[in-house]
Ligand binder design. Structure first.
Ligand SMILES: Cc1ncc(C[n+]2csc(CCOP(=O)(O)OP(=O)(O)O)c2C)c(N)n1
Ligand SMILES: [Mg+2]
Length: 281
């Protein structure tokens, strides 16, 4: 794949955001704010960080990416289509009968996914298992997992945090979508997570705190994690839920609600006005 500048990646992220709102309008369902918030992280990963090959998705030595918070799959699907895992026109079949793009990621329909996901709290355990076995098999690929802040309420997530820390799984990188909201409201009201960085450090993880909308910071953090050989790394990506669409931003009421056609029109206008959104879509 050609190398892209940060400006070009920002433009792609704006296209992805437009895809997301259109997909949700067509599907009549979905999770807009988490998806919009993670567009920059997913673009940075697929265009710059992951060693993979969309034409050979089961390549044995590919880096693995697990989307633990499966409900934000519209962002994952949109980015995967932009790097040619499948045709872009599939995006408008989100959630429809027998579509490769189910409402939550389903490997039976889209085999290039690493896992089926949706039930929160499972992804880190799966990623830790993959990283552990990779080390036993002397494989050099890295395992990435994206988790949300809301899914930190799941006890089994913390069992996996302990396992990965205890076993020094240095080929494992977790990116936390720290957007401060979950289904019932703000995380710090529902179940406080802070001091999140200190919690991870106490489980023997390296912690990197970044602005999850700054593509350079995302890429630099992943490269830094690659060079840490002692323990797993968590990148706490501070994001704005709904980023790019002001009437959705930071609003938990938009956690799982499809926009109507007027709202999509307004959203696309806003997204096109974001810094770096120059492409007419
Ligand atoms: C085990 C489990 N319980 C409940 C749900 C329903 N659910 C889907 S998304 C969500 C909110 C989780 O918070 P977060 O992922 O931080 O939401 P976001 O930031 O995307 O709004 C919940 C409770 C689920 N998918 N899995
Ligand atoms: Mg959240």
């Amino acid at each position: 794949m050609k190398t892209h500048t940060i400006d070009e990646l920002q433009d792609i992220a704006q296209e992805v955001r437009q895809d997301i709102v259109k997909m949700l309008l067509k599907a009549g369902a979905g999770h807009p704010v988490g998806s919009l918030g993670m567009a920059d992280v997913l673009v940075a990963l697929y265009y710059t960080v992951l060693r993979n090959d969309p034409k050979n998705p089961t390549w044995e030595d590919r880096d693995r990416l697990i989307l633990s918070c499966g409900h934000i799959c519209p962002a994952l699907y949109a980015v995967m289509s932009h790097v040619s895992y499948f045709e872009h026109k599939n995006l408008l079949k989100l959630g429809s009968f027998k579509s490769i793009l189910q409402g939550h990621p389903d490997k039976r329909f889209l085999p290039s996914l690493e896992t089926t996901s949706g039930p929160l709290g499972c992804g880190l355990a799966q990623a830790s298992g993959i990283a552990y076995v990779a080390r036993l098999d002397q494989k050099r690929f890295r395992t990435f997992v994206i988790t949300s802040d809301g899914e930190h309420d799941e006890g089994n997530h913390w069992e996996a945090v302990a396992f990965a820390g205890k076993n020094n799984l240095s080929s494992l990188t977790m990116i936390v979508d720290r957007n401060n909201i979950q289904i019932d409201g703000f995380t710090e009201d529902v179940m406080p997570l802070e001091p999140l960085a200190d919690k991870y450090k106490s489980f023997h993880w390296s912690v990197i705190d970044i602005d999850g909308h700054n593509i350079k910071e995302i890429v630099d953090a992943c490269n830094k994690a690659r060079a840490i050989y002692e323990n797993p790394t968590v990148i706490i990506a501070r994001t704005i839920p709904g980023k790019g669409v002001p009437f959705m931003e930071n609003n938990p009421n938009w956690h799982a609600k499809a926009p109507n056609s007027d709202e999509v029109r307004e959203a696309i206008k806003n997204i096109r006005n974001m810094k770096g959104a120059i492409e007419d879509y």
